[in-house]
Design a protein around this ligand. Structure first.
Ligand SMILES: Nc1ncnc2c1ncn2[C@@H]1O[C@H](COP(=O)(O)OP(=O)(O)OP(=O)(O)O)[C@@H](O)[C@H]1O
Length: 240
């Protein structure tokens, strides 16, 4: 299988706080790779570095063989940040249309993709509502739709289902599986254990290190836990 993401010896500090210490990651095409860890462990910092938004103090990142940061690779990556970066005075359709034009899609293609991604996140009926009238969950769904819009090979999703109801969360995960089966690669940060179980591989981030990596089953077995939640707690998931 083809390696899509490689992180080598990444370290980063904010002031005196060393958030990431020596991170090595290799993610293959078609994997759903879950990042777990207590709040403040550095998950967002790590994904921002993979995407190329923040540059690490040390270490290197490659996405599809190209060293990051690289503006060109933004075509390859769909990034959904933890806080929504949306234009509140515009409608959801206008937001998506704007991002579609940034990616160079013509009007017809934009219209087609907007319908497709709006369907995935169940926003078809609310496309013409101004985003500042959206609920928190609707904004998350719109952010996810925008990350999917340009059909990127790599999706980096920072807590994509926070504030989304269980039924829709389930259908969004079905979509993630469909994308994976199409050969897309997904990195997902999450605090939700039943989502973690759906990942092909998980990494536990704690104290600046990736303290464990493996399939959910491997992580459970390593600490003789009976569930991924128990394994998470056993790896020190409850405290940073
Ligand atoms: N721009 C910044 N300036 C200073 N400190 C920062 C900055 N960004 C993150 N940090 C600190 O780095 C640490 C890791 O933060 P990060 O957001 O990466 O954690 P996280 O694992 O994503 O947490 P959560 O699960 O709560 O989202 C925290 O202590 C945070 O306060």
């Amino acid at each position: 299988m083809k390696e899509m993401i490689r992180v080598e010896g990444m370290a980063h500090s904010f002031g005196k706080e060393e958030v990431l210490k020596d991170i090595h990651v290799s993610i293959e095409q078609g994997e759903i790779y879950g990042l777990l860890g207590p709040s403040g462990a550095g998950k967002t910092t790590l994904v921002k570095m993979i995407v190329g938004i923040t540059e690490a103090d040390r270490g290197r990142v490659w996405v599809k063989g190209v060293q990051m940061p690289s503006l060109h690779q933004m075509n390859v990556i769909g990034y959904m940040a933890q806080s929504d970066a949306l234009y509140g005075e515009l409608s959801a359709r206008e937001n998506m249309d704007f991002f579609g034009s940034i990616y160079g899609y013509n009007k017809r293609k934009r219209k087609q993709r907007i319908q497709e991604v709006a369907h995935i996140v169940n926003l078809e009926k609310d496309l013409d509502k101004q985003v500042h009238h959206y609920s928190g969950g609707m904004k998350r769904r719109l952010s996810l739709a925008i990350a999917l819009l340009h059909e990127p090979d790599v999706l980096v999703l920072d807590e994509p289902t926070v504030g989304i109801d269980p039924l829709l969360r389930q259908s969004i995960w079905e979509e993630f599986t469909r994308l994976k089966n199409e050969g897309k690669t997904l990195i997902v940060t999450t605090h939700v254990m039943d989502e973690a179980e759906k990942c092909d591989r998980l990494a536990m981030l704690r104290g600046g290190y990736l303290i464990a990596q493996g399939t959910p089953q491997e992580l459970i077995q390593q600490v003789r836990a009976s569930s991924i939640e128990e394994a998470f707690l056993s790896y020190g998931g409850a405290e940073a």
